[in-house]
Design a protein around this ligand. Structure first.
Ligand SMILES: Cc1cc2nc3c(=O)[nH]c(=O)nc-3n(C[C@H](O)[C@H](O)[C@H](O)COP(=O)(O)O)c2cc1C
Length: 206
C-alpha cells in the first residue's frame, strides 16, 4: 500500500473541510491508504479562543481526529499539509511541529517523500500564495518532493475570482469574518491535489 498522510491545523474548520476533500482525491487512487491527523493546538490559543462560537463549533467537529505525531511522518510516502494563513505564512502550530522534527531532518527520514500544501486565507491577497511558497522552504530542507497544481489539469485558476488555488497550492478564501465556505471549485482542485500526491507517491514508492 502507498501511504498518504494529511496533517492539518484548522481554527475555524475551513481547512478541515478542505483536507477531507483532499483525502477523497487521494483515496481515488488504487492501493492508497489515507490518514488525516490534526496538528496539536497551543494551550494559549485554546485559552484565548474558547467560548467563541465559531471556534468551539469547529473544534467540536474535529474532536475525534487523531493528533499528528512524527511517527506518522515516517510512516507516510506522501504528506499533504493543510494549513491556514497567519500573517502571510504558516501557523506557529505547524512551525512548532516541524521545528520539533529536527531528528527526522538530521537522519534524512523525510527525504524523497512527496509533499504539497492546501491553504486558506481570510482575504484574497492575505497570503494565498505566500503561505504555500514560504512553507515550501522548510519542506525543501527536509528533502521532500513538492507537488503543485498544474494549469493543464486546473484551468479554473485562470480566473479573476478568488477561488481554487495557484500553481503552488490548493486553497480557499474564508472571508474576513470566516463566513465563506470552500467553493466547489476549491474542493475540486483540492481533490485533484490529493489525487496527484497519491499518484506521485505511488509511482515513486510503490
Ligand atoms: C492570528 C491570525 C492571523 C491571520 N493572518 C491572516 C493573514 O495574514 N492573511 C489572511 O488573509 N488571513 C489571515 N488570517 C485569517 C485566517 O487565515 C483564516 O481564519 C483561516 O484561513 C481560516 O481557516 P480555518 O477555518 O481552517 O482556521 C489570520 C487569522 C488569525 C487568527
Amino acid at each position: 500500500m502507498t501511504k498518504v498522510l494529511i496533517p492539518y491545523y484548522s481554527t475555524f474548520g475551513h481547512i478541515y473541510t478542505m483536507v477531507k476533500a483532499a483525502a477523497e482525491g487521494a483515496a481515488q487512487v488504487d492501493g492508497v491508504e489515507v490518514k488525516i491527523v490534526r496538528i496539536e493546538e497551543f494551550d494559549a490559543v485554546k485559552a484565548a479562543m474558547s467560548g467563541q462560537d465559531a471556534y468551539d463549533q469547529a473544534q467540536e467537529m474535529q474532536k475525534d481526529v487523531p493528533t499528528a505525531t512524527h511517527e506518522d511522518l515516517k510512516w507516510a510516502d506522501g504528506i499533504l499539509w493543510g494549513i491556514p494563513t497567519r500573517y502571510g505564512t504558516m501557523p506557529a502550530q505547524m512551525k512548532q511541529f516541524l521545528d520539533s522534527a529536527g531528528s527526522l531532518w538530521m537522519n534524512g527520514e523525510l527525504e524523497g517523500k512527496v509533499t504539497g500544501v492546501v491553504t486558506s486565507t481570510g482575504s484574497i491577497h492575505g497570503g494565498q500564495e505566500t503561505t504555500a511558497l514560504t512553507t515550501f522552504v522548510p519542506l525543501m530542507h527536509f528533502g521532500m518532493i513538492y507537488v503543485g497544481l498544474p494549469y493543464g489539469e486546473n484551468p479554473e485558476q485562470l480566473t479573476t475570482d478568488g477561488i481554487g488555488g495557484s500553481p503552488y497550492a490548493a486553497s480557499t478564501v474564508a472571508g474576513p469574518d470566516g463566513s465563506s465556505q470552500p467553493d466547489e471549485r476549491d474542493l475540486t482542485m483540492t481533490r485533484r491535489l490529493g489525487k496527484r500526491i497519491a499518484e506521485t507517491a505511488k509511482k515513486l514508492h510503490g
